[in-house]
Write a protein that binds this ligand. Structure first.
Ligand code: GTP
Ligand code: MG
Length: 368
């Protein structure tokens, strides 16, 4: 039986992994291939899972810790996808604050499941504004030096690097970023894409089809700095039930919740890595995102729906304490709902700092 192509795409929070994976999944389906997707988060209630499922993809989820710490859950989830429909391709999205994935995920899959999975080169996506600021040594890069350490380790272990969001960059800006990446990681293949428009996807597909000596960049990494960098982020996943006597625009509500949050976090001086909210009602779904303190809230998927009730799933990753983050979220949800004459009942909330990663397996450069 032919092996399943395993494609993992990394990159910092908000780099565009889910958007890229959705576009790649569609491209593989257009080639006549069956696709499974695995999402991952430190907690339950993932916007990404809802978003990808609502687009009709077969999605398994590993929730509660990153792939490296839940390696057996990752392989079990891939086993379930296999039992459901035996995909030709599995696309996997690790948590955006994770690194050391070659040693803890790619190598173990190659070694322990090499007959079943054929592992593609490991690509890491960049959010240009974030990448430029860290790589040019901006002391106010928003996140701490420890978070910058994680970002640089992500680049270091990549087989290839992708500058995403090309639709927002001039040729000069992209060239400048390419120079910074080249001096950080000389000789690494570099692609330029827009997951929004599809620019550069032929080259990305071609790169992912390559066979060869990939997955070789096993890191030397200090897990204390890595763990402390991750723990600087407050992490919140919540479900909110919204109800009103009058109809409201689901898209306007999602945008308003994130705008309220953006303003209050900005006032508090808390840097946002990624805020995302999906609104769901009777088969309709809309998604809003915010990827940094400097950028506007984007409605990345319009539901075009008016409703009296909706379920909203909210995921926030922000450089602040979990307690502060939860307060900001509660206030933003109440203020936004009030604006639409609605009430927002937070049904389920998980809020914490990510714990120290303790990988199930870790292969060393020497072999294992
Ligand atoms: N303009 C533009 N926006 C993009 C592009 N790719 C992604 N986005 C937007 O950036 C935001 C974040 O994209 P995601 O795909 O959710 O990013 P992610 O890397 O999966 O984020 P996490 O799962 O939180 O780590 C969304 O609003 C996307 O619509 C792009 O190429 N161009
Ligand atoms: Mg994602």
């Amino acid at each position: 039986m032919a092996s399943i192509r395993f494609i993992m795409l990394g990159g910092f929070l908000g780099a565009g992994k889910t958007t890229t994976i959705a576009r790649l999944a569609k491209a593989y389906q257009d080639r006549g291939l069956k696709v499974g997707i695995v999402t991952n988060d430190q907690a339950a209630d993932l916007v990404d899972t809802h978003l990808l499922r609502s687009q009709g993809f077969d999605v398994g989820e590993v929730a509660g810790a990153c792939f490296c710490c839940k390696f057996n859950d990752l392989t079990d989830t891939m086993g379930q996808l296999e039992a459901d429909q035996r995909p030709d391709v599995v696309l996997a999205e690790p948590v955006g604050s994770c690194t050391d994935l070659v040693a803890t995920v790619m190598k173990p899959i190659m070694d322990l499941y090499g007959e079943k999975f054929d592992v593609a080169p490991y690509g890491v996506l960049l959010k240009p504004s974030h990448g430029r600021r860290i790589l040019s040594g901006d002391p106010n890069a928003g996140f701490s030096p420890k978070a910058a350490y994680i970002f640089k380790k992500q680049l270091e272990e990549a087989d290839f690097v992708v500058i995403n969001r090309m639709d927002e960059l001039s040729a000069e800006e992209a060239d400048e970023l390419a120079r910074l990446i080249e001096s950080e990681k000389p000789g690494t293949p570099l692609l330029r894409t827009s997951a929004r428009t599809g620019q550069g996807f032929d080259a990305l597909l071609e790169m992912l089809d390559q066979r060869g000596a990939f997955g070789r960049n096993i890191l030397e990494i200090d897990y204390d700095i890595y763990a402390e960098g991750e723990a600087e982020l407050g992490w919140l996943n919540a479900q909110v039930h919204v109800a009103s006597h009058a109809e409201f625009s689901l898209d306007a509500l999602l945008t308003e919740i994130l705008n309220q949050l953006r303003d209050s976090l900005d006032m508090a001086g808390a840097e946002t890595a990624h805020l995302k909210a999906i609104g769901l009602w009777e088969g309709y779904h809309g998604v809003a995102n915010l990827v940094s303190r400097q950028s506007p809230v984007m409605l990345s998927l319009a539901s075009d729906c008016r409703t009296r009730t909706a379920d909203v799933v909210l995921n926030a990753r922000v450089a602040t304490s979990p307690e502060m983050l939860q307060e900001h979220v509660q206030e933003a949800v109440q203020a936004a709902c009030a604006k639409f004459g609605a009430t927002g009942e937070i049904a389920h909330v998980q809020c914490f700092r990510p714990g120290r990663p303790t990988p199930t397996h870790r292969y060393s450069a020497a072999g294992n």
